[in-house]
Write a protein of this length. Structure first.
Length: 310
């Protein structure tokens, strides 16, 4: 019997991170730590999935420069399969540069991701048969809108989407009825529904609106208020578990990976509230780490943390 797997279509970056020390001053030179690691929403989701023991293929593109080789080697080390990705000749690799303040929150960032424009419908068409044999396909909205819409029209397996940002959420406006699972934040949700999310009641209304638009499963990240889970007009809010926050970077990617892992492993058997509890357990582990993907993330640790808080 062939192995079940998940496909993630999205970004594979090199992340250059500046993490401030105890004191952060804007427009000044701050003492802290600088690190370089592999990143990107698609890659981060993929890495979290491999740590949760899900066989994962990342379909992406990478440069033929030094950074591209680093990204390829790190994916191999992390158990992410790149068989259906492509190295683009004479291209420099995708880089994401960001700075976090002393509370772990993003202050500023610059992304140089032009290479991702190579993920075109023509590129994806050659990989369609493989994607349609997966249990789930996850789409990172960093890829072009034409490619997202092409995938929505041609995939026959459940589609999970991470909108990535307010600037990119409009890329899915035309395909909401083809999305199985969506994980937006409050601002992305408002742009999709026209409902301003400012408290729990408005978040519930917005989630139900997305369900009516055709999105089967909605998980709205509410930041410090936790996560809202909605399916067939059933809505639950699960509070956050994190007691210590070192960095918020990568938390959303970990949350998405946990949602995918829950479906991959248990199908539709898990109650919505239990899925929400698992996401908050995983997110709390990531928030306690300086890395976008926590070295402490594992099925055992996620389940244990969830059980501690239920």
């Amino acid at each position: 019997m062939s192995e079940d797997y998940v496909v993630v279509v999205g970004g594979l970056n090199i992340d250059i991170a500046g993490l401030s020390g105890p004191l952060y001053r804007e427009k000044d030179s701050n003492i802290g730590e600088v690190s370089l690691d592999v990143g990107g929403v698609g890659q981060n989701i993929s890495h979290n999935l491999t740590k949760l023991e899900v066989p994962t293929h990342l379909i992406s593109v990478y440069g033929d420069d030094h950074f591209g080789e680093i990204a390829k080697d790190k994916c191999k080390q992390n158990g992410i399969k790149l068989n259906y990705s492509k190295q683009i000749k004479d291209s420099h690799h995708s880089i994401y540069l960001y700075v976090n303040d002393n509370e772990g929150d993003l202050v500023t960032a610059i992304n140089d991701m032009e290479i991702i424009e190579n993920i075109t419908p023509k590129f994806l068409e050659k990989r369609l048969d493989f994607m349609n044999k997966a249990k789930i396909v996850v789409i990172d909205c960093n890829i072009p809108q034409t490619s997202i819409e092409w995938l929505a029209d041609h995939l026959t397996v459940p589609i999970f989407i991470d909108p990535v940002s307010v600037a990119k959420v409009s890329r899915i406006e035309n395909i909401l009825d083809k999305i199985d699972t969506l994980k937006p934040n409050e601002h992305e949700t408002e742009l999709l529904t026209g409902i301003k999310v400012f408290n729990e009641d408005s978040a519930r209304d917005a989630a139900k609106a997305l369900n009516k638009m055709g999105v089967k499963n909605v998980f709205i990240s509410l930041g410090s208020k936790g996560i809202l889970c909605s399916r067939n007009q059933e809505v639950h809010i699960v509070r956050p578990y994190a007691k210590t926050i070192i960095s918020t970077n990568g938390t959303g990617d970990c949350t998405m990976a946990t949602i995918v892992w829950a479906r991959f492993s248990y199908g539709d058997a898990l109650p919505l509230e239990e899925i929400g509890a698992l996401t908050q357990a995983a997110a709390s582990i990531t928030l306690e780490s300086r890395s976008a993907v926590s070295p402490d993330l594992s099925i055992r640790n996620v389940v244990h943390r969830a059980q501690e808080n239920i």
